[in-house]
Design a protein around this ligand. Structure first.
Ligand code: NAI
Ligand code: MG
Length: 506
């Protein structure tokens, strides 16, 4: 160990969390405990902040998936019969245990995702606990209705749990996505097999380890593996009665195909290319802050909610951009585990390559201009990580892939507009329909926008992201189903049964 490592508190923190990553390596969470997988193969887990390998995860295939689903299926018979409020009480206890381990989970997540501890993963760990508590409290509220059909006819509905839920999550906010899927599924009486993302399995496996201290064995299981192997096998397994997925639209479509023959419901929370529109009458300071917030710098733009198509009215273009361009360099890029860091690294070399491809495309586009960023940071300390500067590009035609594709990195386009009908048409001329934001002081314009924008999550004069009790989901290629609300629990994690008991005399 070098002297530098001994005296630098950030490096000491990294050593501790690297030890934890090693401890978690090579195992999956099955039937109440950390267990070896059937497969002998593993894949590396990388710290994208410095390119070092920090651990390994089992490359599960169909046999491991089958074993996990069988375990979850057996556990379902008991879990579903536990009175709902008792299930809720167990989930509350699980939330307490997760809360006690928040800092460790956040650090581990920062190590494997590159998301900054100070601005992303600590808050995400808190949100994770909150989501568990929210769904725990709702467990006893899964009610049916009674229908006043006739005397002597008792007509009612009840909600039944679906069975084994297959959950598949990405790497951009794995703690939050784990909670969103697992807490809702369990509250409704289902059991879970969750497939972690290739790039970030460890913190999620640790979450599931913590859950085992409270939940009956087999209720919450987590595996690692590749999408086309473990993910696909999980979707296709006959005992998986529901798939809940977050990720790319292309994979969302593949999952719908994979379950088509067995006809099971799918929640698919997919990509976005979200318009962030500033009207001429907007509050300039507020809108400029909103444009910045929309860039989701705390996740290097790797957020499906990010406002990556910025449309500024001609009258306010200069004052808004002046503020935005002044603010961006003040965000400190650095080691994700350093408390002083506000912007971490992109998840992987592959993802940074993707970002750089789109920026190169923009550079070659006639009329396009890079206003800020468009390069890796110059700090030599960051050279081995997948860092990238926040990039704004002006003058990209609406038809360009730079304007149309979800890039999923710190890159946004900026356009100038004068005619509201045209900008609204352009905002809606997208394959996606996830989020949209408008900045205006005009109430009529605000509600007109709300009525006509094709997006599942619409905000006026604020930019925030989904959390417990804020229902989330999209339309078009952004997916199907909703998450994080009481209705999502009822509609997407249970099935309805209609019952008629006829006691009338014949
Ligand atoms: P992806 O959609 O390929 O991966 C997400 C999850 O799906 C991972 O756990 C993966 O193993 C799994 N998966 C992949 N193929 C599968 C299959 N055939 N069957 C079942 N599961 C499968 O996303 P990826 O490759 O990490 O990122 C590519 C792009 O996807 C990004 O650039 C971004 O545009 C989009 N994306 C959107 C996210 C969102 O929050 N909406 C999150 C992650 C990625
Ligand atoms: Mg993929």
């Amino acid at each position: 160990m070098s002297t530098a490592r001994l005296i630098d508190p950030v490096l000491q923190r990294m050593e501790a969390v690297e030890r934890e990553a090693k401890r978690l390596s090579g195992l999956i969470v099955l039937d109440g405990r950390f267990a070896p997988a059937l497969t002998q193969e593993t894949f590396d887990v990388e710290n994208p902040g410095n390119g070092e390998i920090i651990g390994a995860a089992p490359r599960c295939r169909a046999d491991d998936v089958d074993r996990a689903v069988q375990v979850a299926h057996r556990a379902f018979a008991k879990w579903a019969r536990i009175p709902a409020r008792e299930r809720g009480a167990l989930l509350l206890k699980a939330a307490d245990r997760l809360e006690a381990e928040r800092e460790g989970l956040a650090q581990l997540s920062s190590l494997e995702t590159g998301n900054a501890l100070a601005t992303q993963t600590r808050g995400e760990a808190t949100t994770m606990v909150d989501i568990f508590r929210f769904f725990a409290g709702l467990a006893g509220e899964l009610k049916g209705v009674t229908v006043p059909r006739a005397d002597g006819v008792f007509l009612y509905t009840k909600r039944e749990p679906l069975g084994v839920v297959g959950a598949i999550i990405p790497w951009n906010a794995p703690l939050m996505q784990t909670a969103t899927k697992t807490a809702a599924a369990l509250a409704a009486g289902n059991t879970v097999v969750l497939k972690t993302a290739e790039q970030a399995p460890l913190a999620v496996l640790k979450c599931f380890e913590i859950l085992q201290s409270v939940l009956p064995p087999g209720v919450a299981n987590a595996i690692s593996g590749f999408g086309e192997e473990a993910g696909q096998a999980l979707c296709e397994h006959p005992l998986v009665r529901k798939v809940t997925f977050t990720g790319s639209s292309a994979v969302g479509a593949r999952i719908l195909h994979a379950v088509a023959d067995k006809i099971v419901p799918v929640t698919a929370e997919l990509g976005g290319k979200n318009p962030n529109i500033v009207m001429a009458d907007a509050d300039i300071e507020r809108a400029a802050k909103g444009v910045i917030a929309g860039l989701r710098l705390q996740r290097q733009g790797q957020s499906c909610t990010a406002g990556t198509r910025i449309y500024l009215h001609d009258d306010v273009y200069e004052p808004v951009m002046e503020r935005v361009l002044a603010a961006i360099p003040t965000f400190r890029i650095g080691n994700p585990l350093d408390d002083a860091t506000q912007v971490g690294s992109i998840i992987s070399r592959t993802q940074r390559d993707r970002v750089e491809r789109y920026v190169a495309m923009a550079r070659k586009t006639p009329g396009a201009k890079i206003l800020i960023g468009g390069e890796r940071p110059s700090d030599p300390e960051l050279a081995n990580g997948y860092f990238y500067t926040t990039t704004l590009i002006e003058g990209v035609p609406a038809s360009s892939p730079v304007c149309r594709d979800e890039i999923f990195g710190p890159v946004a386009t900026v356009s100038r507009w004068t005619d509201f009908e045209s900008v609204l048409a352009e905002a809606n001329d997208s394959a996606f329909g996830l989020a949209a934001v408008l900045w205006t002081e005009n109430l009529r314009a605000a509600f007109d926008f709300v009525d006509r924008i094709e997006a599942g999550f619409v905000q006026v004069n604020q930019f925030s992201v989904a959390e417990a009790n804020i229902e989330y989901g999209g339309t078009k290629l952004s997916g199907t189903g909703r998450e994080l609300s009481a209705e999502s629990l009822v509609n997407h994690f249970t099935w309805p049964k209609t019952v008629i008991v006829n006691t009338a005399a014949q």
